[in-house]
Design a protein around this ligand. Structure first.
Ligand code: PLP
Length: 431
């Protein structure tokens, strides 16, 4: 029954786990162990040869973490998932799993700042070029493509612009060319399932809404199982040529018997093995706990954010409010097409008083926490011009959508009257 359910409310409570067969424990146990004893020499040899899947060593996989992986894969409609130490590790692995030095990836310009740095600097130093394309114009992805392009990359609901990415449009450009679309869905779990719209891989920072309580850093990669890695062998050499690091395995073929999970398997047995950014089982437990209430939390985040938008709209001290619910034209069409579960918990707004007003506003908040994070149960705020974006030139700030008076809110689950009261008094102080 739980296995067959397509309802997120049921999946988050049941997928991947049913009472422990030896103890009867209902909550998933934390398997705090590095290693797993093999049943026999033959069993060990089958595991290493990938003839069967099983536990070897927690850097490669762990039973607590596997429950989280199964649960997130089920929630997204994917074939398999790989949990990682952080969202950053998930973004890095998503690219390193299919591109090597000399290759390139085309990414949307609208990215979390950490991903931007990873793409523009660190991957570049490793020889992987990331070309940036305009998410407002899906055809710009095609124009940036050449023979060495291995993937397209974007965020479903990127902040600060909060303009929803044209997932199906860009996925449709890539598929005939053999190019998978990787979507970072961190800001929109449950609101959007990128795989349903043609994405091939989903990335999460589970640190945010999946965990939901600001306790643990983690990430996950979900293999949609919906991409044919063999169809264009020249396009995806890492999946179609023998891998010297794994006895000459050809990944599009090597694990066919285990399902359409070539991408997930390669990420696990090559990248986790070699780079080691594994999620700790304790954090996996925290994320499992968080996920159980995700279908209750997301609608409340969305409803509170809508009420905040209503409050901010039309105020004399607020120059502009940024939220998918009040966008117009093609932006609004995309928001309605892809965010079928609600517009999310992030709200941006610009203070008429600019940088100084932004600083005063942040310092005057009493309920909202002043942090760089998003997706906590508590309400959070940041003034990018004096923190994350303080080193940018005015032109760069404009390109990222951050102006001097811009404030980002991650609206939490508190009573809406308390949220509004805090905003109201901080706005009064900011002047
Ligand atoms: N992707 C997005 C959209 C994010 O907002 C973040 C973190 O803020 C990350 C990735 C990176 O995740 P982590 O902080 O878990 O490494």
């Amino acid at each position: 029954m739980a296995k067959k359910s397509r309802h997120p409310e049921t999946i988050v409570l049941h997928a991947g786990w049913r009472a422990d067969p030896t103890t009867g424990a209902v909550a998933p146990p934390i398997y705090q162990t590095t290693s797993f004893q093999f049943q026999s020499a033959e069993h060990a040899s089958n595991l290493f040869a990938l003839k069967e899947l099983g536990n070897i060593y927690t850097r490669l996989g762990n039973p607590t973490t596997a429950i989280l992986e199964d649960r997130i894969a089920a929630l997204e409609g994917g074939a398999a998932a790989v949990a990682l130490a952080s969202g950053q590790a998930a973004s890095a692995f998503s690219i390193q799993n299919l591109a090597r030095a000399g290759d390139n990836v085309v990414s949307s310009t609208d990215l979390y700042g950490g991903t931007w740095n990873l793409f523009a600097n660190t991957l570049k130093d490793l020889g992987i070029e990331v070309r940036f394309a305009d998410p407002a114009d899906p055809e710009s992805f095609r124009r940036a493509t050449d023979d060495r392009t291995r993937a397209y990359y974007a965020e479903t609901l990127p902040n600060p612009k909060l303009a929803v990415f044209p997932i199906a449009e860009v996925a449709a450009i890539g598929r005939p060319l053999g190019i998978p679309l990787i979507m970072d869905n961190t800001a929109a779990p449950l609101l959007c399932r990128p795989l349903d719209h043609g994405a091939a891989v989903v990335v999460y920072s589970t640190t945010k809404y999946i965990g939901g309580h600001g306790t643990s850093i983690g990430g996950v990669l979900i293999d949609g199982g919906n991409f044919d890695w063999e169809a264009n062998p020249e396009r995806q050499p890492l999946f179609n040529t023998p891998d010297p690091s794994y006895h000459g395995a050809v990944w599009s073929n090597a694990v066919k018997g285990l399902g359409p999970i070539a991408y997930a398997i390669r990420a696990r047995v090559v990248l986790l093995r070699d780079l080691g950014a594994a999620m700790s089982p304790f954090n996996a437990f925290q994320f499992l706990q968080g996920m159980e209430t995700l279908p209750l939390r997301m609608p409340r985040h969305c409803a509170n954010a809508l009420a905040v938008v209503e409050f901010l709209k039309g105020r004399k001290d607020v120059a502009q409010v940024i939220h998918p619910s009040i966008q117009t034209g093609v932006k609004r069409e995309r928001a309605d097409k892809y965010l079928s579960g609600g517009y999310g918990g992030l709200v941006g707004f610009e203070l008429v008083g600019g940088r100084e007003a932004g600083r005063k506003f942040i310092d005057a908040l009493e309920l909202f926490y002043h942090v760089a994070n998003i997706g906590d149960a508590r309400s959070l705020a940041i003034h990018p011009a004096s923190t994350t974006h303080s080193q940018l030139t005015p032109e760069e700030q404009l390109a990222t959508g951050v102006t001097d008076g811009y404030v980002r809110l991650s609206v939490g689950l508190e009573h809406i009257e308390d949220i509004i009261a805090d905003l109201e008094s901080a706005l009064a102080t900011a002047g």
